[in-house]
Ligand binder design. Sequence first.
Ligand SMILES: Cc1ncc(COP(=O)(O)O)c(C=O)c1O
Length: 357
Amino acid sequence: MSIEFNRRIEDIPVYPAASTYAFEGELVKLASNETPYPPHPQVLEAVEAQLRTLNRYPDPEKAFLRKRISERTGVPVGRIAVGNGSCEILLAAADAMLEPGAEVVYAWPSFSIYPHLAAMSGARAVTAPLNEAGEHDLAAMATEVTAATRLLIVCNPNNPSATAFAPAVIDDWLHEVPRHVAVVLDEAYVEFSALQDPDDSLDLLDRHPNLVLLRTFSKVYGLCGLRAGYALGSESFRLAVDRVRQPFSVNALAQAAAAEALAHQDEVERRVEQNVIERVHVESELAERGLETTESQANFSWVALGDHDEDEIVDGLAARGVIVRAGKALGEAGRMRVTYGTRYENDRFLAALDELL
Ligand SMILES: Cc1ncc(COP(=O)(O)O)c(C=O)c1O
């Protein structure tokens, strides 16, 4: 006799780890949309100061961090949920809102965690394919809404296709979505978008009470190793996700680091500018090699491999110490997703690619 598990877990996808190779040398990691820059020195100081208090539980209210987020965004503290990465908030939203008979709508390919939400809750996942340009088909998504729909997710900019809409487009479209549906606008990469300032989407919250903006400290803030993200929405959304989670899910180091990182918007701007420089470099070099990309508003490119064999390219890069993400692991074969690194890393990627094309 063996132990038994909930049958639902068989439907939960396993996180598609990037190919890892026994490469003897310096690995170039361009597979997880991380920032290549280390945390700001004052963020490191804030973390160090917390080390002496690790005998205590972290603040379950995340009061200091929520206050800092409130000061930065103008959203009242009661409407701010902080999570162990923004993924935790997504999973908590599924726990709080989905059940068998309910539906969740999202585009595909999109962020790999979304299929977990239906699988873990027994709800039905309804997916709307991206259009030719790699954009969400917002009109099609709105028509998928039924009386059973509880949650609709728009990833803006989208991972993995890198495309985005300006807030005005989202604003217009939100009027088409019934108010009983919670709309999560996943803005993990919003700082990188040239179509908006991150503050622009905050105005949408006033006009759409069913809207939740989901943000993270993992991308431009460079703190993915600590795990912190947040949601701005209604007070009832915040209370619901807090109910279904353990109270201490966001550790003290993450809370302190995230609060300090918010104070360094000049660093955010510097990283965004650097990202633009590297994006233009990588995109133009790929174009010279005959490889097409979608219009990136993020810190990565979604590259069409044309006649080239995806496995040969992705595995060949890994064998040369450059880790990118295979399109087929992300929902669309014949592509790869490559994160922009430092100039040195990007040139290692391009040089390795040249050996394979
Ligand atoms: C679209 C999107 N949302 C959210 C996240 C998750 O971030 P976190 O590290 O905050 O859980 C990612 C990370 O890759 C992402 O691509």
